[in-house]
Design a protein around this ligand. Structure first.
Ligand code: NAI
Ligand code: MG
Length: 528
């Protein structure tokens, strides 16, 4: 379990210098002025499609570059799945489901193989964390202490479920035996984003694998590397070929091909609400179930009794963790009017002290944003915030002239109608709003199309309970933020999603129930 109200801790690997662009992976690495450990991590990846247990090129040879967000330079060229490659992957997953050992082996054996994958990820923790930081830009200290351990924990949690998935015997009216089986759904299409690549992969793999399904996973085009390495470790663990297929590629081609494929029995998606709607429409054509984990505009309500320094730190971490690129970002900081001015002053001080820099420096708290597209989107919101009349208290500008580094940014005097209070910015931009009564803040906090998370900071039991019950969101954090546990359901109200990840709730999305009726010839006799 982690809470991002604490400072991330970890050890430094070393300093790094920019990579140079080049088409060929080894040529890039040869020339790159890059620490040997980073090159070693990159060399561990097979930048291809994983289909039926083999790392293969796209049939037409297409590739796409994955970038180093510190510089914008190419890290590696990765095979780019097209429609026919996705089709190959779905066929491999179908074959593994219909004829392979995975759904047929005992749950205990499946669990053992998932545990083995978790063990291998632990053995390769530094290598995987390095890949994650290189591809995504997140501080290595955070990848090592948070993303990797949580992903591994998640797999272990579901490994433990694999032999505990079973049906029921149900009493019926009449002389009838009735019981249920919980069976896997079949081939699962999973589409994941770039903000927590390895963690999102683990969240999706855990319940799908434990349930005995086979998978085609479309990883984000910004961050394909760590997932591919995990795919190789899954094979090494003994998870049979075809059970986990990975197709890096674009959303509009590979993602759309997967979401609309007639051979897929369920779609699970994490990403923007906009794309979530498209996925749902595509799934409707094939009448397959969909789970969606989408965006948010989560309110964090600071009450007048709050320990101010603790509340400022928690609100800061709630928004700035992972460079603000969290679906759960506490992106509306509601502060009571009696402490508002002092809170803003301290929030600005905290933001101004933030260590922004190379993700491989030990002291770094904030690395670059993931991509040029996201970087520009955030800058445009900062501009809109100023135009619409919010007070820019701190930051707002780019740092340096290469890569996607941004100043931690704080706005005060933000009102509900402003774009920065309504839209998901997905960046290091804190918006501080003022409130005066519990009834009013509850209504305002809920006045959003989203409902992923919400939080309250107070020692007053009455306020904590009233707000926890009144806030319309799938997760409520009281005096903490971004605390997760593999066993506790996580998902969205309203347009933040459908279904739940984690816990038994997620497993139920990856199995289906079969009911069996069997008339008995003799009347039931308990004395027999
Ligand atoms: P996105 O929703 O476009 O991408 C997420 C995944 O969906 C990626 O793997 C992408 O390739 C895939 N995808 C995109 N279009 C698709 C389509 N038509 N069919 C099937 N798959 C498709 O998110 P993007 O463009 O990376 O970021 C845009 C915004 O979305 C962000 O600024 C942020 O507000 C939000 N977002 C939310 C996330 C969350 O965790 N809820 C994660 C990433 C982005
Ligand atoms: Mg997109």
């Amino acid at each position: 379990m982690r809470s991002t109200c604490q400072h991330p801790k970890g050890q430094s690997l070393h300093n790094t210098n920019p990579l140079h662009s080049a088409a060929n992976a080894e040529a890039v690495l040869q020339k790159a002025d890059l620490h040997e450990d980073l090159k070693k991590a990159l060399r561990s990846v097979k930048p291809k499609l994983l289909i039926d247990g083999e790392f293969v090129d796209a049939a037409g040879g297409e590739t796409f570059p994955t970038e180093d967000p510190r510089t914008g330079d190419v890290l590696l060229d990765v095979a780019e799945a097209q429609e026919k490659d996705v089709d190959r992957a779905v066929q491999a997953a179908r074959k593994a489901f219909d004829h392979g050992p995975w759904p047929r082996m005992s749950g205990r054996e499946r669990g053992r193989l998932i545990y083995k994958l978790a063990d291998l990820m632990e053995e390769h923790l530094l290598e995987l964390a390095t890949l994650e930081s290189l591809d995504n830009g997140k501080p290595l200290s955070v990848a090592k202490s948070s993303d990797l351990p949580e992903g591994i924990e998640h797999l272990r949690y579901y490994a433990g479920w694999a032999d505990k998935i079973h049906g029921l015997t149900i009493p019926t009216a009449g002389n009838m035996q009735a019981h249920t089986y919980r069976e896997p759904l079949g081939v699962i299409g999973q589409i994941i984003p770039w903000n927590f690549p390895i963690l999102m992969q683990a969240w999706k793999l855990g319940p799908a694998l434990a349930g005995g399904n086979t998978i085609v996973m479309k990883v984000a085009e910004q961050t394909p590397l760590s997932a591919l390495r995990v795919g190789e470790l899954a094979l090494e663990a003994g998870i049979p070929p075809g059970v986990l297929n990975i197709v890096p590629g674009s959303g509009s081609v590979a993602g759309a091909a997967l979401a609309s494929h007639k051979g897929v029995d369920k779609i699970a998606f994490t990403g923007s609400t906009e794309v979530g709607k498209i996925i749902m429409k595509q799934a409707a054509e094939n009448v397959v179930p969909v789970t969606l984990e989408l965006g948010g505009k989560s309110p964090f309500v600071v009450c007048p009794d709050a320990d101010l320094d603790a509340a400022v730190e928690c609100a800061h971490q709630a928004l700035f963790f992972n460079m603000g690129q969290c679906c759960t970002a506490g992106s509306r900081t509601f502060v009571h009017e009696s402490i508002y001015d002092e809170f803003v002053k301290r929030a600005v001080k905290r933001a101004s002290e933030k260590a922004v820099g190379d993700p491989f420096d030990e002291s770094t708290e904030q690395g670059p944003q993931v991509s040029k597209e996201q970087f520009e989107k955030i800058l445009s919101y900062i501009e809109k915030g100023q135009q619409e009349g919010a007070t820019l208290e701190y930051g707002g500008k780019r740092i340096g002239d290469k890569g996607y580094y941004l100043e931690p940014t704080v706005f005060s005097n933000v009102t509900d109608d402003m774009s920065i209070a309504k839209d998901e910015i997905f960046g290091p931009v804190q918006s501080i709003l003022k409130w005066s009564s519990i009834g009013e803040v509850l209504e305002r906090a809920n006045a959003t199309e989203y409902g992923l998370a919400a939080g309250v900071f107070t020692s007053n039991l009455n306020w904590a309970t009233t707000l926890s019950r009144g806030l319309k969101a799938g997760t409520i954090w009281v005096n903490t933020w971004n605390t997760f546990d593999a066993g506790v359901p996580f998902g969205g109200y309203k347009m933040s999603g459908i279904g739940r990840e984690h816990g038994e709730a997620a497993l139920s999305h990856y199995t289906q129930t079969k009911s069996v009726y069997q008339p008995l010839e003799e009347p039931l006799n308990w004395n027999m």
